[in-house]
Design a protein around this ligand. Structure first.
Ligand code: FES
Ligand code: MG
Length: 582
């Protein structure tokens, strides 16, 4: 046994390491799985936290992924124990997978802390599974490594590439504008999703995979290797080997998830043209590990960074091409070579710094990972907006927006909620023109509830028919990372919480000024206060919020600027072994 091993007292020995009634009970029941005595003698027990589910199609290949992680763990002298947690899949779960992100994180946290494990491998993929598992694991702080399931192969339609999600929004607008038939629209389904894996655009799943890698919580290349590429399984195997070493090195998650790591991730998000959802998820993860992060950090660190990765929805290519072009290590190298990687010495899970990992990473395709002098967008990042319409902030993704609309003054067309929007948007008599600002209320964390991805409201068909492709849209909702448009999201406080959004009226003038980081409702302060008082007097509790998980959620969810975590879940509660169960 090496010196390092002698110094580490395994947490799992608190279950399996005693010759008494308790040790008997913990070992005996495990032995019903055919585990011989020697497996309990001083080997690190590695949890494999699996979000496999056939209802989360993006993670449906995870049992095979887990098998490869297990091989690595066994090879390195650990013992793997796979366990399921709540799998919040983006495509099926209603009303939105965001509603249950925090629920999943609680499941993860309690599963890790309450069980005999010395470290954990997080198997993540679909959008919310990545933040949920990192949030839960951060609140425990064992050695932790992320293994992502990988993106789907390129979608194909009529011989051309199509991107997950982005193609749906585009095809749907083409149907509404009468450019394609409903038959063609439905026929595109199978080619859209033709292999295992997550959305192949730079949507939220790919963004969060890149965030996990830039935070240092995964091995290099974890973000982009396609789900069905054999090298994905090699990475899983190597991650299994590495997590055993991390136990002996006592390399806990808090040593990786530092303020410096988050700054690297924010810069990376700008370089990849990442999803606005990352703003919420990184804040929530940082909150669990005790790292302060503010909305303005996205302006300070992210703005001005060129978007180098030419992927849909902002650009042209897909994750498959991104991997072949050099993947995230190529992007990190390009940032670092140009003085744009804020913290080259940030530690990663393989025990090396992020710069040691990527300083010589090759780039094979300069169309996909652009040169710094030929970026996709010169000034990428997330635009943080404030003003009397969003006192606690709102965000817009410039790389998905129309530049001419990023300074805009227009009259509000107001939808009280998503149902009101759906009921009226098709109406040919809707009073709206291309200069109008579409405003939707009550789609925030408490209002929807769960802050659904409905912020990229489809345009009125009569304007689509005129060839209008984009308009300013404002809401307290989120937007899918695969979506695009001049869309102001995450308005905080949300309408349901009494934010000024609640009292916007039809015909009000609204000013959007991205250069000035400003979102302004053009009414006097006195008028705003009077409207808010009138609004507050009319509020009634919603019976649907009075019981069940929804009650817990609505009572405790924080606003978007605070990451939509539950107030009582913030912070790290550590990995102290709970008292015996018998
Ligand atoms: Fe799962 Fe997009 S729906 S990754
Ligand atoms: Mg998504």
């Amino acid at each position: 046994m090496t010196e390092a091993k002698k110094k580490i007292k395994l947490r799992s020995a608190e279950w399996f390491g005693t010759q008494d009634k308790n040790g008997f009970m913990y070992r005996s029941w495990m032995k019903n799985q055919g585990i011989p005595d020697h497996e309990f003698e001083g080997k690190p027990i590695i949890g494999i936290c699996n979000t496999w589910s056939e209802l989360t199609p993006c993670n449906a290949h995870f049992r095979k992924l887990a098998e490869h992680v297990k091989r690595g763990i066994l090879e390195a002298g650990g013992y793997p124990v796979e366990f399921p947690v709540f799998s919040n899949g983006e495509s099926n779960l209603r009303p939105t997978a965001m509603l249950t992100r925090n629920l999943a994180s609680m499941d993860v946290e309690e599963s890790i802390r309450g069980n005999p494990m010395d470290a954990v491998v997080l198997l993540v993929g679909c959008d919310k599974t990545t933040p949920a598992l990192l949030m839960g694991a951060a609140s425990v702080d064992l050695p932790t490594i992320v293994v992502t399931g990988g993106p789907m192969l390129n979608g194909k339609l009529n011989g051309k590439n199509i991107g997950s999600g982005t193609a749906v929004w585009q095809l749907h607008e083409q149907v509404k504008a009468g450019e394609i038939s409903m038959h063609d629209f439905i026929a595109a389904e199978a080619g859209h999703s033709r292999s295992a894996g997550t959305c192949n655009t730079m949507g939220t799943a790919s963004t969060m995979a890149c965030m996990a890698e830039s935070l240092g919580t995964s091995l290099p290349h974890n973000a982009a290797i396609p789900a069905v590429d054999a090298r994905r399984y090699v990475l899983a195997h190597l991650s299994g080997m590495r997590i055993v070493e991390m136990v002996w090195e006592d390399l806990k998650l808090s040593k990786v998830l530092t303020r410096e790591a988050f700054e690297n991730a924010i810069r990376t998000n700008a370089a990849i043209g990442g999803s606005t959802n990352a703003v919420i998820h990184l804040k929530a993860i940082a909150g669990r590990i005790g790292v302060p992060l503010e909305l303005e950090d996205w302006t300070r660190i992210g703005r001005g960074t060129p978007t180098l990765v030419d992927l849909l929805p902002s650009g042209r290519f897909l994750m498959e091409e991104f991997y072949y072009a050099g993947g995230l290590p190529g992007v990190l190298r390009r940032l670092g070579d140009n003085g744009l990687l804020p913290h080259k010495d940030a530690l990663t899970v393989n025990g090396k710094t992020i710069w040691q990992n990527c300083h010589d990473a090759p780039i094979y395709d300069e169309e996909v990972i652009r040169p710094i002098v030929k970026p996709l967008i010169a000034d990428g990042g997330i635009c943080v907006l404030r003003g009397n319409l969003a006192p606690r902030g709102a965000v817009l993704k410039p790389s998905a927006a129309t530049p001419a609309l990023m300074q805009h003054r227009g009259r509000a067309v107001v939808f009280e909620d998503f149902d009101d929007y759906k009921a009226r948007i098709m109406d040919p008599n809707l009073e709206v023109d291309a200069s109008s600002v579409l405003v939707m209320k009550n789609c925030g964390p408490m209002g929807y509830p769960g802050m659904a991805e409905v912020g990229n409201m489809g345009l009125p068909p009569k304007l689509l028919a005129q060839g209008i492709k984009d308009m300013v849209r404002i809401s307290d909702a989120r937007m899918s990372g695969t979506a695009y448009g001049t869309v102001v999201l995450h308005v905080a406080p949300e309408a349901k919480a009494g934010g000024p959004l609640a009292v916007v009226r039809e015909g009000d003038w609204i000013e959007l000024d991205c250069a000035g980081n400003r979102l302004h409702l053009d009414i006097s302060d006195a008028e705003l206060q009077a409207r808010l008082a009138e609004w507050a007097a009319k509020q009634q509790p919603d019976p649907a919020d009075q019981s069940g998980y929804r009650q817990l959620y609505v009572q405790h969810v924080l606003q978007a600027d605070e990451g939509c975590d539950f107030d009582f879940l913030r912070g790290c509660r550590g990995s102290a072994v709970p008292r015996h169960s018998h």
